[in-house]
Ligand binder design. Structure first.
Ligand code: HEM
Length: 499
């Protein structure tokens, strides 16, 4: 009897201690979670995610506060849109939030989350960022490829001027900006143009590449329920995961083909692949084929659509604000005259053009929720407890339109950037902290040079009296729902510099 009593007491003590040390701290930890709307079993709040998601989050934040939480299936997500909480995310919590969630695209297409954008925070990611900074994004490396950007912008100008020499002609710009940015990246990477009427490769190869890219952007767009409800991949045929796996194989085979082709050609090439292959010879452990393929893929996925969409929004804003367009044209005419086409070194002499780009990125950030972060430890955001393994989304779009931070936030007013104030805490189209965009320098060159050239070489008008529709569509970047069409007519300078 005594034995039984002893054993029972021991078990009770064990249970109590377990409760005290394991369960209670958890409960205490979870006591001050960010507020959350009522959720559904299994789905959590997935049913609430109506596109455009950043606007839905903004509406929810007005009811639940600037730091609130949702469940995407079984994944806890915290959405942040107060300036002070955002600032803490990228200062005090920067390391804790420097992880990325593991999603199906990352697993099957982006080499099991080993590329720069998807890799968890740690030595491997640091190594990739180092390679990025020294071999791709440094001023010196960007300078090496400036001729490519100039040529591609000229290509665009020539195409536009074909019908616009003698009067206004209607043009569709979305596809042209896409061609421009893909051709810039792929000429830098592999010396090949895959887009437009005058591709530099076999037509079949171009078609294959374009299909891979359009599928990658389609599957990578928005929140995919199958990422958060694995059951969706087990029921039915041809589920999301299966499609993504097939895409991963096609993408890998294509990129491997490119690398092998450059390897066969030998050492004299000047493309990024040639450069990385030469580094492979001296440091094979860093520059293996998978690292090179991952780098190419990330440049394509992160560096094309973002810049193309920004150009489309910028020109749309200008067409809806002709007085801004007029002022920008005057700045270019005064600084460069009627003889010289704008070039990258001129961009620093064009502060109003820079302000137009900043104002476009404020109102129309290509990554309105940045790229998802993941907490690697428990942390505190905006006074709330955020457990480890929480996906954290920063609503930059909401911050950029916060009336407490900006005067008349819905209006397009580039002049607001002329004050010389520091905007870094409230304007974050490229993110902040360790995981911020390493491609800023390239993006600024491409967007600045293209927009400057378009304003300098053409008169621009809307297709009708009606304002350009500024509705946002769903998508990986923030695309326009209605692709931009406009009327353009060559100016004298276009005839001079393009002839
Ligand atoms: C207007 C153009 C662009 C915008 C608005 C933009 C914006 C962003 C944002 C918001 C992030 C995520 C920051 C975060 O996680 O908090 C990001 C990450 C990244 N961007 Fe960009 N980007 C642009 C152009 C480019 C270009 C041209 C490249 C390269 C060719 C590039 C490469 C990357 C990469 C590799 C990452 C991942 C960084 C990491 O996770 O360590 N981006 N970008």
């Amino acid at each position: 009897m005594e034995d039984i009593l002893f054993c029972t007491s021991l078990t009770l003590i064990f249970i109590l201690l377990t409760f005290k040390f394991l369960v209670q701290p958890n409960r205490r930890r979870c006591e001050n979670l960010p507020p959350s709307p009522p959720s559904l079993p299994i789905l959590g709040h997935l049913h609430l995610l109506r596109p455009p998601v950043h606007r839905t989050f903004h509406r929810l934040s007005q009811k639940y506060g600037p730091v609130f939480s949702l469940w995407f299936g079984s994944r806890r997500v915290v959405i942040v849109s107060s300036p002070s909480a955002v600032e803490k995310c990228f200062t005090k919590n920067d390391i804790v939030l420097a992880n990325r969630p593991r999603l199906l695209m990352g697993k099957h297409v982006l080499y099991n989350n080993t590329t720069m954008a998807g890799s968890p925070y740690g030595d491997h990611w640091r190594n990739l960022r180092r390679i990025g900074v020294t071999e791709i994004f440094s001023t010196a490396r960007l300078q090496t490829f400036s001729g490519i950007r100039k040529d591609e912008v000229k290509h665009l100008l020539l195409k536009l001027s074909q019908n616009a020499r003698d009067g206004f002609a209607k043009v569709e710009l979305k596809s042209m900006f896409n061609e421009l940015t893909f051709n810039i990246i792929m000429t830098m990477v592999a010396g090949k143009r895959y887009y437009g009427d005058d591709v530099s490769v076999d037509k079949e190869e171009a078609k294959q590449f374009r299909q891979i890219m359009s599928d990658a952007f389609l599957y990578g767009s928005a929140a995919n329920p199958a990422d958060f409800l694995p059951i969706l991949n087990w029921v039915g045929r041809g589920g999301y995961e299966k499609k993504v796996k097939t895409l991963g194989k096609r993408t890998d085979a294509f990129l491997q083909g490119l690398i092998d082709e450059h390897r066969r050609k030998g050492k004299n090439g000047t493309t990024m692949i040639d450069h990385l292959l030469s580094l492979q010879e001296s440091q094979p452990e860093y520059y293996n084929d998978q690292i090179i393929k991952g780098l190419i893929l990330v440049l394509l996925l992160a560096g094309t659509d973002t810049s193309a969409v920004t150009l489309e929004w910028a020109l749309s804003n200008l067409l809806n604000n002709p007085h801004v367009l007029k002022k920008a044209k005057a700045e270019l005419d005064v600084q460069l005259g009627q003889e010289n086409l704008v070039d990258e070194p001129d961009l620093s002499k064009l502060p109003y053009l820079q302000s137009i780009i900043s104002e476009t990125l404020r109102l129309c950030p290509a990554a309105p929720l940045l790229v998802p972060h993941l907490s690697s430890e428990d942390c505190i955001i905006g006074g709330f407890d955020v457990p480890r393994d929480t996906m954290v989304l920063i609503n930059a779009w909401a911050l950029h339109r916060d009336p407490g931070l900006w005067d008349d936030p819905e209006s397009f007013m580039p002049e607001r950037f002329e004050s010389g104030d520091n905007f870094s805490h409230k304007l974050l189209p490229f993110g902040l902290g360790r995981r911020s965009c390493p491609g800023v320098g390239l993006a600024q060159r491409v967007v600045g040079l293209t927009l400057g050239s378009l304003i300098q070489c053409f008169e621009w008008e809307r297709v009708s009296e009606k304002e350009i529709d500024m509705t946002e569509d769903k998508g990986l970047t923030m695309p326009k729902a209605v692709p931009l069409e406009a009327m353009c007519k060559s100016r004298l300078i276009a005839r001079k510099v393009l002839s």
